[in-house]
Write a protein that binds this ligand. Sequence first.
Ligand code: FAD
Length: 416
Amino acid sequence: MSETGQYDILIVGAGHAGAQAAISLRQRNYDGTIALLGDEPSLPYERPPLSKEYLSGDKPFERILLRPAVFWTDRAITLLPGRTVVDVDPVAHQVTTADGGIIVYGTLIWATGGSPRRLTCTGHDLTGVHGVRTRADVDQMMAELPQVERVVVIGGGYIGLEAAAVLTKLGRHVTVIEAQDRVLARVAGEPLSRFYEAEHRARGVDLRTGVAVSCIEETDGAACGVRLADGEILCCEMVIVGIGIVPAVAPLLAAGAEGDNGVMVDDHCRTTLPDVFAIGDCAAHANAFAAGATIRLESVQNANDQATTVAKMLTGAAEPYHAVPWFWSNQYDLKLQTVGLSTGYDEAILRGNPAERSFSVIYLKAGHVIALDCVNRVRDYVQGRALVVGSFEADPELLADPAIDLKAIPSKPAEV
Ligand code: FAD
């Protein structure tokens, strides 16, 4: 049934950012009406386990819910699941949903994330070809798995590699193909890429870099292989495509908001439309930890922290967004924790020995620490955070010595 209604705050997108915005508003004693509308049918849930414990079957859906149903009713947050906003009218302060409903808002918080980028080649839409973004995507994969022996993962980013690790553990033969010359090339330095490549190969993954896809081969409407640019066909029953996302911002841009790859927001997450904010994966912002460059961050940290920024703004305690980026990835028994953004680094220091499966990579730019990738090294992650936040300068030789605690290394903050 189409929904008509009116709310002081309407949040579109019931993922990490949208849910956290509603939670933070109530935590800050906001007492107006709040609706949390999303196109998925279920209660808001955690997305990271989709390529980890949910796919492996270690966590059922109930254990990845962000909050139980009663939480939302107790706090008078109206959930509007299964609805897609297709139009935003910033003058009338209203949105239209795909089923023709019209919802009037005082303030609109746009938190729609993105949809998996699709292949453009022949066969991209065959049965057995999957993106990994929603519970429905993963449920479909899990339903097909009993008939699957061989999987080809296209894209060697975090999501593709996590899925490869789980499926390998589940006994499938997995091939990962990456167009660039190393996995994780967009987000990490070479030592980390080479380490993960070796780990996957050691567990039987056929991992290939510098390889382009020509098309997906078909039999009876289903994928049966991936044809590479050199003509080789990798036979498989399932294809997983992990090549990034396209931010879901079309209705906002059509309404006149500034943006392109994401909707532009200022440091209070305001878009250029009146009373319209945007947060999470879909929000393009100037980030201090990327030297002020305009970026979108795709992480739970960013979703939650931008949600809090908006809640503060709407409850009279405005504070600009200045959160240090952090991220994690679990593959096999390897726990990677990342703090800062390594993009633009000019020196990568290896701290510890990858062969011992506990090490960090410290990224410097002009002598200042800008990021750390820590593999099974929680202590470095915890202590290194301060070095990134203050953009500290420290002796590379000391940073490289795993016997010296990072917090014990003399360091000098960046001059502002
Ligand atoms: P989402 O959580 O995607 O929520 C957006 C919601 O809006 C979705 O439900 C979407 O369907 C809905 N929507 C879109 N358009 C509309 C519309 N027009 N109308 C109504 N609803 C709409 N991050 C980490 O930090 N660590 C990890 O280990 C990690 N692992 C991940 C693993 C996977 C498989 C995936 C997919 C992501 C992972 N991430 C991880 C990233 C993290 O989950 C995202 O950064 C985070 O979910 C972003 O939150 P969001 O609210 O911006 O978007």
